[in-house]
Ligand binder design. Structure first.
Ligand SMILES: [Zn+2]
Length: 516
């Protein structure tokens, strides 16, 4: 997630599974349709058909949040006119179960059909929205699942409003069926937003033979060829950094003017318009796109152990959003620099701004990075507001500042043989590829210190305590200087180059500043 304040198959094969040797039950994907016949009413209509076990009660659930936006959203409050029927068309009674559950009386019923309306009220990247021009579907807010059956596959058919010609999504389509898509389980479904309307696709590109598409709504006026050329360079450098491209296709889904983006396994939704390219600056928008793209590694695959399987009811808290978000911000300028899209001074200015954002706010004395990570669920994505605003920090700001210190420390300790890039590669290989899971805080620390070849107690005190980071010392490893004491009064935090750096300092600066 990125949201800048100023400028985020159980038996797939249709088969008969014998249950207790007596009851034959059909299983298969849950089939959804989404229609939008009256977009002016801002309401989607969803139908759901599936096979159930015939137990006394079947519980349907709707997630309360979506991964990537760490806030409980109360999506269930937008659900209306729920009707459930059996295979013969008989209406089945249901009662609400908690905030986001529907308990249906289903004794002896195996074929179920449900339908409901989903009201949309907010045009935002983490909420579904429908109007006369387009529809944006965040699946966590639209599609119910049977409690305990998140591994069931699903099939989704979109019925666009009359005259709309396109559906953009990272989901695989079903050959021969119009606007119909499959998800192997509900985690994938909830990770795969859809955009519907009269959309535009920019010239696609391939990296290592893998197609990357950019499809959007109301794109506006800008240099389309240049944008796609720049995004291709970003994808090439980011994927080279990790050394693997784990998806079969990737789609940048531009949902129209606004703020914010959310990362997914093989797509991202970004607020985007040509006008914003002008107001935010070309590189400001490219940095945002780099951030969302790099997230498919860092947080979707390189991830804290708490971020999967997800707790769709309570949220999934972790102390490590400083890694998932903060280091993703760190890699924005690093990848853009490597891609030749950013100058050396622009790189230094990026970190000057992050350090200034941290050091000029009192929250740094009250909240640690680990606390900011876990407490975002109650604080809000950017720290608290109102009276508590001065008691919190943003991991979007202190995360990249500390990430810089980690990178320079590793380079210093290893005589510039290794870097934070090695940490990211090792986390990807050791946990995502080999173990198929996320990492604990202890495993993260062991990985970082393993790459550095030494304990890094002081750096970890910047994560778990409010100790003031020794910027001067760590920047010095790259032949850089910063006057934090004086600058605190003026908020400048200019990063300069030392007059006579050592050969190692010069070498570290050279490779770090080129994104190598
Ligand atoms: Zn993010």
């Amino acid at each position: 997630m990125n949201f800048k304040q100023t400028s985020r198959w159980l038996c797939l094969v249709a088969t008969h599974c014998l249950v207790t040797g007596a009851i034959a039950q059909k299983t298969g994907p849950v089939k959804f349709t989404v229609s939008m016949a009256e977009p002016a009413n801002h309401t989607f209509h969803v139908t759901m058909d599936w096979n159930a076990a015939g137990s006394d009660t079947t519980l349907l659930k709707l997630p309360d949040w979506q991964p990537g936006y760490y806030q409980l959203m109360d999506y269930a409050s937008n659900i209306d006119k729920v009707v459930v029927k059996d295979g013969k068309g008989n209406t089945l009674p249901w009662v609400k179960s908690g905030k986001n559950g529907w308990a249906i009386a289903t004794k002896g019923v195996h074929d179920l059909h449900a339908e409901y309306d989903v009201k949309t009220t907010r045009k935002f990247v983490a909420t579904s929205y429908l109007d006369e021009e387009h529809g944006y579907l965040t699946p966590a807010s639209l599609f119910m699942h049977e409690a305990g059956k998140l591994k069931t596959p699903s099939e989704v058919t979109i019925k666009p409003f009359d005259g709309w010609n396109w559906v953009a999504t990272g989901l695989d389509s079903v050959p021969g069926k119009v606007f119909t898509y499959v998800a192997p389980d509900f985690d994938i479904l909830y990770d795969s937003p859809l955009l519907v309307g009269n959309l535009e696709e920019l010239p696609a590109f391939k990296v290592k033979g893998i197609p990357h598409r950019f499809i959007g709504y109301k794109l506006g006026n800008f240099d389309r060829v240049r944008l796609m050329s720049d995004i291709q360079k970003i994808v090439e450098k980011a994927s080279a950094l990790i050394g693997d491209i784990p998806y079969k296709h990737y789609t940048f889904i531009a949902i129209g003017p606004g703020q914010g983006g959310i990362e997914h396994l093989n797509s991202t939704t970004i607020s985007f318009s040509g006008d914003q390219l002008n107001s935010r600056g070309w590189n400001g928008m490219l940095g945002f796109i780099t951030h969302e793209y790099f997230h498919h590694y860092n947080v979707k695959r390189i991830r804290p152990i708490e971020l999967g399987p997800f707790d769709y009811d309570q949220g999934s808290k972790t102390n490590m959003l400083w890694v998932s978000e903060g280091l993703t911000v760190y890699y924005e300028p690093v990848i853009m620099r490597a891609a030749g899209l950013m100058g050396e001074q622009e790189l230094l200015d990026f970190f000057k701004k992050q350090i200034s954002n941290v050091e000029t706010k009192p929250g740094r004395l009250f909240q640690t990075l680990a606390q900011a990570s876990a407490e975002t669920w109650s604080d809000g994505p950017f720290g608290r507001t109102g009276d508590a605003v001065n008691k919190t920090i943003s991991y979007y700001q202190k995360g990249p500042a500390v990430g810089l210190l980690f990178d320079l420390a590793i380079r210093h300790e290893t005589k510039n043989k290794r870097s934070l890039d090695d940490v990211m590669r090792n986390l990807y290989q050791d946990f995502y590829i080999k173990k198929g899971r996320g990492f604990t805080e202890e495993e993260l620390r062991a990985t970082i210190e393993g790459v550095a070849g030494t304990k890094l107690d002081e750096l970890f005190s910047y994560i778990y305590t409010t100790a003031e980071p020794d910027y001067k010392k760590y920047l010095g490893y790259a032949g850089l200087d910063i006057d934090v004491t004086t600058d605190k009064h003026f908020g400048t935090f200019e990063i300069t180059q030392k007059a006579s750096p050592s050969p190692l300092e010069r070498e570290i600066f050279r490779s770090w500043s080129r994104g190598e």
